[in-house]
Design a protein around this ligand. Structure first.
Ligand code: AMP
Ligand code: MG
Length: 340
């Protein structure tokens, strides 16, 4: 795992959020490794007194195991089998992840919707061969879907329904990894799962981890975030997108109401909280909702913090994280703190 870190480092800075320099990786007791899984580069840094390499190997095998279960594009994954057969017995973790995503989908008024796989395929987001599908096809695929049913670990999909767990899988995987690392005695680690950040504790010296939040419309970062023992997950329209001849941007997050890429005037949403799965689910859902509904959702539900960046590059930050977010020098947008 360690061997590929140098080769991958050029990619890591493209993540939505990335660890900034001066971290504990420079210290003797830390180990760091990268692996390509879930369509992204994942980098784990652990401050471990002794068996760091074994911890990294354990983390890598967990990541591969979960990717092999949850990928919608790997032929024999649990999700592919389910999508092909319409009914399958799945592992407890998969059943839990599907239930969690369905609950959060209901809770976000359908903004998070894990049944969009047929639409994502029609747009080419599953292969990178992008195309704007006919409106009639989009409408037909949208209305063909039904609600998945879960009975213990048995999942049934109505005809026309296929799952894609891309909006929640990395967050859930991060929670599982953190649980395993904590159980092994780790008190200081940073997991960068392709821009989904999970911090166990702070840095080796006890100070907070410092992360760069990528500028959605420019080079480098738009803000620096200090993070301690929390997850921070970003959804952005600059991560995977294509443009047509007129320059119109089509991003990989679809609005389940239209089947078209979400067009909510937000270009980046970061959710910070204790559970990575919830942060991941909400970053996608709030991106679809747009700034106003996202703010309403936060006011009603709480339990997380967020950083919204609008198309005009204004930054809205909730009060719980405001002290720990610093726009970079030269930030010209407006900074709005949302308080209750
Ligand atoms: P994220 O980067 O976490 O926001 O997740 C985006 C990924 O989730 C996309 O690449 C799709 O695979 C899938 N997806 C797109 N739109 C939605 C949506 N509205 N709800 C759930 N999953 C989605
Ligand atoms: Mg997400």
């Amino acid at each position: 795992m360690r061997d590929i870190i140098k080769r991958m480092s050029a990619v890591i800075i493209l993540s939505a959020i990335a660890m900034l320099g001066g971290c504990a990786a420079a210290q003797d007791t830390s180990v760091s490794g990268s692996v390509y899984a879930m369509d992204t580069v994942m980098t784990i840094t652990i401050n471990a007194p002794s068996d760091g390499e074994a911890l990294l190997r354990g983390a890598e095998s967990t990541i591969r195991r979960l990717d092999d279960m949850w990928s919608a594009t790997k032929e024999n994954s649990e999700i592919s089998t389910l999508n092909t057969l319409g009914n399958a017995e799945v592992s407890t973790e998969t059943a839990e992840l599907i239930s969690f995503a369905l609950d959060t989908g209901a809770d976000t008024n359908g903004a998070l919707d894990i049944t969009l796989y047929p639409l994502l395929r029609a747009w080419g987001f599953t292969t990178g061969e992008y195309t704007v599908p006919d409106k009639a096809l989009v409408e037909a695929l949208l209305s063909a879907r039904g609600a998945p049913e879960i009975n213990g670990t048995n999942v049934t999909l109505p005809v026309g329904t296929q799952l894609d767990l891309g909006a929640v899988a990395k967050g859930y995987a991060g929670d599982i990894l953190c649980e395993e690392l904590r159980a092994a005695g780790v008190t200081s680690a940073l997991l960068d799962l392709g821009g989904n950040i999970h911090a166990i504790g702070g840095r080796a010296d006890g100070s907070a981890w410092r992360l760069g939040l990528k500028h959605p419309r420019g080079e480098g970062n738009i803000a620096v975030i200090e993070l301690n023992d929390r997850a921070a997950v970003t959804s952005g329209d600059y991560e995977r997108f294509f443009t047509d001849e007129s320059g119109r941007r089509y991003c990989h997050i679809l609005d389940p109401k239209t089947g078209f890429p979400a067009d909510s005037s937000l270009c980046s949403v970061t959710v910070i909280g204790e559970r990575g799965a919830l942060c991941d689910a909400l970053s996608t859902a709030l991106f679809v909702m747009g700034a106003q509904q996202a703010e309403e959702y936060w006011r009603k539900n709480g339990g997380f913090d967020m950083i919204l960046i609008t198309a005009d590059c204004d930054m809205l930050v909730t009060e719980g994280i405001a002290q720990d977010v610093r726009p970079v020098d030269g930030f010209t947008g407006g900074l709005i703190i949302l308080d209750r």
